[in-house]
Design a protein around this ligand. Structure first.
Ligand code: ACO
Length: 318
């Protein structure tokens, strides 16, 4: 016995920045951003804290699942980090919800939601009778250098959540990690110890080799999807929906072409949110759940890649 998703939720900050808005202070253009990425606008935390959007998505998911915070047995928060290093975001969400369960953050960058599902699955194998909240949230606007046009235009902020209960929906799941600091990293601030003050500290902003991440991502989507479909005992063509990490339209098009799959199998929402890191897949999942797109038996694949480098994919039968 594994899990079934019994509720989903999501939240986006109110402030929207279009590509034209970014072109006011960066040497870029709507044409460049749309043609290279498919992104038209993104939501940015201005009035909201990271906790605010995480909490809103969590409350929405609990309402959708029709369960109370006190019924939760575990909160897993895939994130690159919240408003504080400690307490963890998961602990702050627990406090604000009024839940009493163990709670921890999980850092697998953009693959975090699928990593969170895999960890939750292990908890269900220990104890069937549980309710687990996986709340993925990232505010990339606080982690990119807003003077670096090559990275800043790609990202946005958001939160997406799922409530899991015992069930048989998860058909296959797989995680990978290939440690690689060069392709994508965000250095920590180095502190102010007097003995380290002469050392040069890298700025604590995202550094990325875009073309390397692009090649990695296309290859990872293809191999991960083939592998989880095989483990689930189905063909790729049997999947009703593929929800990829929404990093970049061209990455998804590249993978679809290589897999010889039609683009309409892939759910695309990168245009209005940009890359929201760990939140990108559960944001889409929530939208499709709330529009009753999924019916019993609908086969969905999730496929994610991100800093680490990490990847995660799974097949869920609704
Ligand atoms: N506006 C205008 N020009 C730009 C911009 C911009 N925002 N950014 C870069 N350029 C310029 C560059 O300076 C370069 O100019 P030059 O040729 O004069 O030197 C030119 O555009 C081409 O730059 P490239 O980096 O080669 O552009 P590329 O076609 O590779 O596209 C991109 C860049 C979109 C980043 C691509 O490499 C990509 O999609 N990579 C994957 C990135 C990604 O998805 N990362 C996140 C995934 S992991 C995670 O989610 C955390």
């Amino acid at each position: 016995m594994s899990f079934t998703i019994i509720g989903t939720g999501s939240a986006l900050p109110r402030t929207i920045q279009t590509n034209e808005d970014l072109a006011q202070f960066l040497n870029t253009s709507n044409e460049w951003i749309v043609s290279r990425t498919g992104i038209e606008s993104r939501h940015i935390c201005v009035a909201e804290s990271i906790l605010d959007i995480a909490l809103e998505a969590s409350v929405n998911a609990l309402d959708n699942a029709q369960i109370k915070p006190a019924e939760l047995d575990l909160i897993i928060c895939p994130t690159l980090g919240g408003d504080t290093v400690t307490p963890s975001l998961a602990c702050l969400i627990q406090e604000k919800l009024g839940a009493t369960c163990p709670s921890f953050d999980l850092n697998a960058a953009c693959s975090g939601f699928v990593y969170g599902l895999d960890v939750a699955d292990a908890y269900f194998s220990r104890n069937n009778d549980q309710k687990i909240l996986v709340i993925a949230v990232d505010a990339m606007s606080k982690l990119v250098d807003w003077q670096d046009r090559a990275t800043a235009v790609l990202f946005g902020d958001g939160a997406g959540a799922a409530v899991l209960a015992s069930g048989n929906s998860l058909r296959a799941i797989q995680l990978t990690a290939v440690g690689n600091q060069h392709a994508l990293s965000i250095p920590w601030p180095k502190g102010n110890h007097p003995l380290t003050q002469n050392q040069t500290n890298p700025a604590p902003y995202l550094l990325m080799d875009g073309p390397e991440v692009y090649r990695f991502a296309v290859a990872a989507i293809c191999s991960d999807l083939r592998s989880v479909a095989k483990a689930a005992g189905i063909e790729l063509a049997d999947l009703d929906y593929i929800i990829p990490h929404q990093a970049n339209l061209r990455i998804i098009e590249g993978a679809a072409k290589r897999l010889k799959l039609p683009m309409d199998k892939f759910v695309l929402r990168v245009n209005g949110c940009g890359n929201t890191s760990a939140a990108s897949i559960p944001l889409v999942l929530d939208e499709l759940n709330r529009s009753n797109t999924f019916k019993p038996g609908t086969r969905i694949a999730l496929t994610a890649f991100g800093g680490g480098l990490t990847t995660g994919a799974c097949v869920i039968e609704w």
